[in-house]
Design a protein. Structure first.
Length: 116
């Protein structure tokens, strides 16, 4: 399971992108405190884009159903990223994600259809 970041990196590394996509994908399971994988990077050694992917990945994984389990849901996912803010996940990225989901919820409560 932990090798998927390496496999995806290997698939993408020879494709020319205007951004370091392969490295972003390679680092998306790295953690601010160094507890991640596959490279054991920590803090500023992790690409900012990979830090965004890490938060997005955790939110997506916890808010969508899997064949082997039902999703805990977005509120629990947001609580989880908040609890990992500054530890495993970048605090600024977590704050931005929480702010965005707060704005989305406010718009929905106000009657706006944000799906379109």
């Amino acid at each position: 399971m932990q090798q998927h970041a390496q496999y995806r990196y290997d698939l993408l590394k020879d494709i020319e992108f205007p951004w370091p996509i392969a490295d972003m994908v390679h680092q998306h399971h790295e953690r601010i405190d160094g507890s991640g994988y596959p490279l054991g990077l920590k803090g500023n050694a992790i690409l900012p884009e990979a830090k965004v992917l890490a938060v997005a990945d955790m939110l997506e994984a916890m808010s969508t159903n899997r064949p082997y389990r039902f999703a805990p849901g977005l509120p629990l996912a947001i609580a989880q990223i908040k609890s990992e803010s500054g530890k495993q996940l970048d605090a600024d990225v977590v704050a931005a994600a929480v702010r965005l989901f707060g704005e989305k919820q406010s718009l929905e409560l106000a009657g706006y259809d944000i799906q379109s």
